[in-house]
Design a protein around this ligand. Structure first.
Ligand code: UT7
Length: 322
């Protein structure tokens, strides 16, 4: 039997209209534009409106990707959504997205891997296509991190933003997704978490917020991502010199620069959106990918390396022939 691969046929994204600048934050908390820029590279972030939800933002990103592909929602046969901030505990937000797209019957599920969620979702969707169980999959990463942070805590609130990104994966005779690797290490839970949920303080979440031991996370992220990208290249038989673009998770420009250095890639081969989006967790890679596809930087046939690291810890990389 001829092997089946998956390839990205289209990308899409959505960012909420409201922009929160570093100057806006300076007016609210004890921080400064220069601290935020120097330590993180962030200049502004988008914040969802009070009536917006992850499934609403996902619908916009999905329709954007469908339009690029020239496809209708009826052409999809699976929805895989990564999110840490679902509309509700259940039904899962991918079913809400499915309903918004006006389609029924096809499988639709969410998975949660914090900032690595998009790499996890891509990994899973790729396997559905490779096994022949699906031929066209909508893969979404969407987050409303603004709802998880304590807006009086300067160590976390300046970092995050909201948004949604999507790709459409289709069966193809050639890869596409050359390969992707996912990893996790639950021993690091205390360094980055939202310590509330059904198993913990569920009825009393009012004062529960995202918590991060930033500089410790930073050190593990830099070391782990360096190993992760090298592992991905070695596993799938490519050399770093072949890469056209690095599309990293957008948490901190200093982490991104460290990974680029490890790969010997100049920053003009790295897609950076953290300056304008902040850290949108699961949404950050598809948002960055869509930005660089739409402005013409990423061209068909180029070799892309995607990588992410986040709470759990979780991490992963994907090597993609676009
Ligand atoms: O996406 C998932 C993975 N997440 C990440 O990868 C994030 C990883 N961590 C980071 O990006 C960085 O550690 C941060 C940006 C969160 C912090 O940068 P840092 O260089 O590690 O700073 P720090 O936490 O060591 O804090 C240095 C100082 C502290 O003051 P003292 O104790 O030295 O007096 C903080 O209180 O900076 C202070 N500080 C701030 N000052 C102004 C922390 N946040 C702020 C702020 N404005 N917003």
């Amino acid at each position: 039997m001829t092997p089946v691969y998956s390839r990205i046929v289209a990308t899409g994204s959505y960012l909420p209209r409201k922009i929160l600048t570093n100057a806006d934050l300076e007016a609210r908390i004890d921080t400064s534009d220069s601290w935020i820029r120097e330590r993180t590279g962030i200049v502004q972030r988008h914040i969802s409106a009070p009536d917006e939800t992850v499934s609403m933002m996902s619908e916009q990103a999905a329709r954007n990707a469908l339009a690029m592909a020239g496809l209708a929602p009826e052409d999809l046969d699976l929805i895989v959504m990564g999110t840490t901030t679902p509309d509700q505990i259940f039904p899962n937000s991918a079913t809400m997205l499915q309903e918004r797209l006006g389609i029924a019957r096809i499988g639709a599920f969410t998975l949660e891997a914090a900032c690595s969620g998009f790499i996890y979702a891509l990994n899973v969707a790729d396997k559905f296509i490779r096994t022949g169980d699906a031929r066209r999959v909508l893969v979404v990463g969407a987050e409303m991190m603004s709802q998880l942070v304590d807006w009086s805590d300067r160590t976390t609130c300046v970092l995050f933003g909201d948004g949604a990104g999507a790709v459409i994966l289709e069966a193809a005779a050639e890869p596409g997704i050359i390969g992707s690797l996912i990893h996790a290490d639950g021993r690091y839970r205390d360094l980055l978490e939202f310590p509330g949920g059904v198993g913990r303080d569920f009825r009393n979440l009012e004062n529960v917020y995202l918590q991060m031991r930033g500089s410790e996370v930073f050190k593990v992220a830099v070391a782990t991502l360096g190993q992760s990208v090298e592992e991905c290249l070695a596993r799938f038989g490519h050399d770093k010199s072949e890469l056209d673009w690095l599309i990293p998770h957008q948490a901190n420009v200093r982490i991104i620069q460290a990974t680029a250095r490890r790969l010997g890639m100049p920053m003009d081969q790295v897609v950076v959106t953290v300056d304008h989006h902040g850290n949108t967790s699961t949404a950050s890679i598809p948002l960055a990918l869509d930005a660089a596809v739409r402005d013409g930087r990423i061209q068909r046939g180029q070799l892309l390396l995607l990588e992410a690291f986040g709470g759990g810890f979780t991490w992963g990389s994907a090597l993609v022939r676009f």
